[in-house]
Unconditional design. Structure first.
Length: 146
């Protein structure tokens, strides 16, 4: 497994958006951040981090995964039940895909109903929503007198 295979797999899941954050992390979101999406996994792009893959696993799987060689609690995210794979061979390819599917489903289920409803809209309508919100917010903001 490597970054490209993880990227291809994550982008094949429904409603996934990717961003580059913190300089060198490719972050995978369930839904766009602008409509309330949340991240479910990330990879290290340049190899300078403490691992190769981070993902949400839920309270039930958290301690089970920590028993695997090459898996540690994710720095800064462990309290939200995220784990870090220190190397690509810590889990088999099939296990990684299963864990990423589970992470995606857990995060999707935690999204507010409003965000889930937005994600159910056709892509064209969903893409127009952030621009419409900005226009409405600008119309509500009182003009300053000079």
């Amino acid at each position: 497994m490597d970054n490209e295979r993880i990227r291809a797999f994550c982008l094949s899941l429904p409603h996934v958006v990717e961003t580059v954050n913190w300089g060198h992390h490719l972050v995978y979101w369930v839904g766009d951040r602008s409509i309330g999406g949340k991240m479910f996994a990330m990879t290290d792009l340049d190899g300078t981090g403490s691992g190769v893959l981070w993902f949400h696993c839920g309270a039930e799987r958290f301690h089970e995964l920590l028993e695997c060689d090459g898996m540690i609690a994710a720095p800064y995210l462990a309290r939200a039940f995220w784990v870090t794979m220190e190397r690509w061979d810590a889990l088999r390819t099939r296990e990684i895909e299963d864990e990423l599917r589970r992470a995606h489903a857990l995060i999707f289920d935690k999204l507010p109903k409003r965000t889930q409803t937005l994600l159910a809209l056709p892509e064209k309508e969903r893409a127009a929503l952030p621009q419409e919100r900005k226009k409405r917010a600008a119309a509500r903001t009182p003009k300053k007198r000079t």
